[in-house]
Design a protein around this ligand. Sequence first.
Ligand code: URA
Length: 234
Amino acid sequence: MHTIANQKKERLDRLLSNLGYGSRKDVQWLIRRGCVKVNGEIIKDISLKVLHGDVLVNDEPLDPLELTVIINKPVGYVCSHDNNEGKTIYSLLPHRWQCRTPKISSVGRLDKDTTGVIILTTDGKLNHTLSSPKNLITKIYEVTLASPLRGDEVEVFGNGTMILHGEDKPCLPAKMYIIDNYHAIVEIVEGRYHQVKRMFGAVGNKVVDLHRSRFGDYTCDGLKDGEYKTLEIL
Ligand code: URA
């Protein structure tokens, strides 16, 4: 995370453009029109080296240098930057946040038909920390199944020997709590491709509904479908 201590001066036009305020041309126009103040003074020099915290655009402080967001992902949205793949989770964010460099990117992915907690960040290091299986961050999923549970799933998922189709390394032990014959809660610490669906596939079942209710300490409590809030992660 950026702190006041490690902020360095940057060219005004580059800073604004990287924060999504527009292309280099757009922000040069914004600056020349007198919309930008540095330390309370209107500045028209696009190349002035400035500190992020000293700048106002239209008298508003800049968006943070690093942005971390949680979205309550609705069904039908893809975790991709490619608009050709369908409606993207990024389209749920303000336009300016979608135009940042480096881009805001999701920590892992949820399938198009999976709902719930997805975290996005511009901070590459944080993204790596949150997605690395080494850090054993628990993800909790609420699962609805096509067929009744057969009875051995808690043991099979929990013993650390389950090998998913096409892989050679067993999954780390996962906890499972049975709600009823068709519903379960699963806790995993990895984020393999389609992991929960493939785990149930391996025990002869099919996931028909999947909702991630928790990622580490984070839940979507208070967020409606498609809503987001910013997070302070230090
Ligand atoms: N496991 C899956 O199978 N799908 C998801 O979206 C997340 C975890």
